[in-house]
Write a protein that binds this ligand. Structure first.
Ligand code: PMV
Length: 317
């Protein structure tokens, strides 16, 4: 039996959510500890099967909610004249869906890598991102490309919409504690509410967006210079701005406040908000794990710890 694997990981937005929609920069961080794995194996019968947490069965019978992946698979096979190949795909993921962790992009990246490894085709980084964005467009309409770029990178990504999407250096001790608030993120609703706010109160809202942009620039410097306390303060200030934009919730505010009493150097929501995840900058893994355990008692269903110091070498594609 012939088989191959592909792998990728989650992303979170470190800082710059919402202001990035209006042309300001954002920084996203790959979470190498939170992975999606795809295994592809040959099968004796003439079928193409998929096994995932949402669906098990023939690829051509995948539900509409998985259309992006189905489209991606047939596009790749068609391009390489391999539509008749017989195989079974198994997707395993530690990423929760709809929590702003880039689950769909991570699946696409792992799947593309698995397929190309299995058939022995060459894959450049540019091709990988282009292909991943095919399913992201199917799933999200007009993705910024940030999720796919971060799912395929081992370094943080600096992004300015339609202009820049580049890895940036990071030299930082400590780690991030990522906490699920237990409520699905409502990114499109939050983005729409900021747009309305901008229309109704342009001056005040633009001031907030400018402030978020300044904080993102400060975070870039702090990440490169190991200024962990400074970065913590930047996170707290960003959370204040996001709160004033109306994208936080009482539950997020409460949990974020609690995290600060548990050793966090700075905490903020991440992604669209109105639910989803929040991140806490922790001085070390022990403090992070202890705080995570306490936050679970306060209603956080799941936490992850991501070291910031060690970044592996960039993957080939
Ligand atoms: O919730 P996520 O991880 O999809 O991030 C949304 C980020 C926003 O800036 C709020 C929207 C966007 O499209 O950039």
């Amino acid at each position: 039996m012939h088989s191959a694997r592909g792998r990728s990981h989650a992303k979170i937005i470190l800082i710059g959510e919402h202001s990035v929609v209006y042309g300001k920069p954002a920084i996203a961080l790959p979470l190498s500890e939170v992975t999606t794995r795809v295994r592809i194996s040959s099968v004796p019968s003439p079928i193409q099967m998929i096994r995932s947490r949402y669906f098990e069965g023939a690829i051509r019978q995948m539900p509409h909610t998985m259309y992006g992946l189905q489209h991606l698979i047939s596009l790749i096979l068609n391009e390489h004249h391999a539509l008749d190949a017989q195989f079974e795909l198994t997707i395993k993921s530690d990423l929760p869906a709809e929590r702003g962790m880039g689950s769909s992009a991570a699946t696409a990246v792992a799947l593309i890598r698995a397929l190309y490894n299995y058939f022995g085709w060459k894959l450049s980084h540019t091709e990988l991102l282009q292909l991943a964005n095919v399913s992201e467009i199917d799933m999200h309409g007009t993705p910024s490309g940030l999720d796919a770029a971060t799912a395929a990178s081992t370094n943080p990504i600096w992004m300015v919409k339609d202009r820049e999407l580049t890895p940036i250096p990071i030299k930082m001790d400590g780690c991030l504690l990522i906490c699920d608030s237990g409520i699905k993120g409502r990114t499109s609703e939050a983005v729409a509410s900021v747009r309305t706010r901008l229309k109704n109160a342009p001056h005040e809202t633009n001031q907030v967006l400018d402030k978020l942009s300044e904080l993102t620039l400060a975070a870039k410097e702090q990440l490169a210079k190991n200024e962990i306390c400074g970065l913590g303060k930047t996170f707290d200030k960003a959370q204040e701005q996001l709160r004033s934009l109306g994208v936080s919730t009482q539950k997020l505010d409460h949990l974020i406040h609690a995290s600060r009493t548990l050793g966090s150097l700075g905490s903020k929501l991440t992604g669209g908000g109105r639910g989803g995840c929040f991140i806490c900058l922790m001085p070390d893994q022990i403090t992070a794990k202890k705080a995570g355990a306490q936050l679970k008692k306060l209603g956080v269903p799941q936490t992850w710890v991501q070291p910031l110091a060690l970044r592996a070498k960039e993957e080939v594609n």
